[in-house]
Design a protein around this ligand. Sequence first.
Ligand SMILES: *Cc1c(COP(=O)(O)O)cnc(C)c1O
Length: 358
Amino acid sequence: MKVNKRSVSKISEVDFGDLGFGRYYTDHMIVKKYKDKAWQETEIIPYGDFPVSPANITLHYGQSIFEGMKAFRGVDGIVRLFRPEKNIHRLNYSAERIAIPLMPDEKKTLEELMELVKMDQEFTPGHMGSSLYIRPFIFAMDPALGVKIADTYRYMVIMTPVDAYYGKNLKTLSIYATKNYTRAALGGTGHVKASANYAQSLYAAKEAQEKGYQQILWLDYKEHKYIDEVGTMNMMFVIDDTLITPSLKQGTILPGITRESVLHLARDLGWKVEERRISLQEIIDASESCKLQDCFGTGTAATIAPVGRIGYDDGKDIIINKEEVGPYAQKIYDELLGIQYGKLKDKYGWTVEIPKQS
Ligand SMILES: *Cc1c(COP(=O)(O)O)cnc(C)c1O
């Protein structure tokens, strides 16, 4: 790996009191090119713009994938990644489906990414809920308007210090279950982190926002009856003391690393857990019989996002826990963030410490 450092850090420009999400970027980024049928040497270079051909194939046809991971500054000052090998592995899983050449060595890819985090770790904020958001991505680079699998690609990693996605204090979200649009169908790309999944979701999200909701709750493509996910996070419901989440079997939802971790924690807490299809009607019925105890989304960006209101059928609402944070969401939030911020013992070996810069 080649390293070309910035001479002066930009860190003094960062307002750590008000980071937002994606407002500031760290000093360096990773760039790795694919050409002549091979991935070339990885480079760490100063963060910055780069020239792109107007005929760039990604601009036209969206042959592009990404990952999202976080580094957390613990209460002990140490910076930790959370299950990062899972993200690198999923990057290759997504690459395969979008016909992007796989990264040859996942272990080395992670080591190089960790070197970048080590170099720019001072950008990791320290307050609870904040983190250094890490965005690896791969996109086609060919200047070529014919639709085809590209011959050249770029893998990059950029990093941004962020506040919690939905604001500094844990509060509930409102989501709208649309029956007019579909996120993913059988045989499609709903199970991988393809950029195109997001492009096609924006219009529906805009409609939901106009109705007064923050996000879309996607239902299954066939009947618009069963819960899929929210599009940035997987969904969990607690009904009659059982944590229920849509199973991955349909192949239309993203296999979230937060989802998997939460299910693990829930089982260890002795909760009953079911991975299965769950219909919107089951949630409505549970709410009406006072058995709907909690609802929250899980994802790296959002961490644990409690849901207070689910809209459906133009004007109807399911209200959960009076739109206050529910006890199950709060417990999982405390457990998960406790491990991520080094407050609780990491008995699963999920965190990876970043060595201090020498
Ligand atoms: C990234 C993502 C999630 C959350 O996955 P994590 O691994 O928990 O971050 C959920 N749904 C979609 C569509 C995603 O792209």
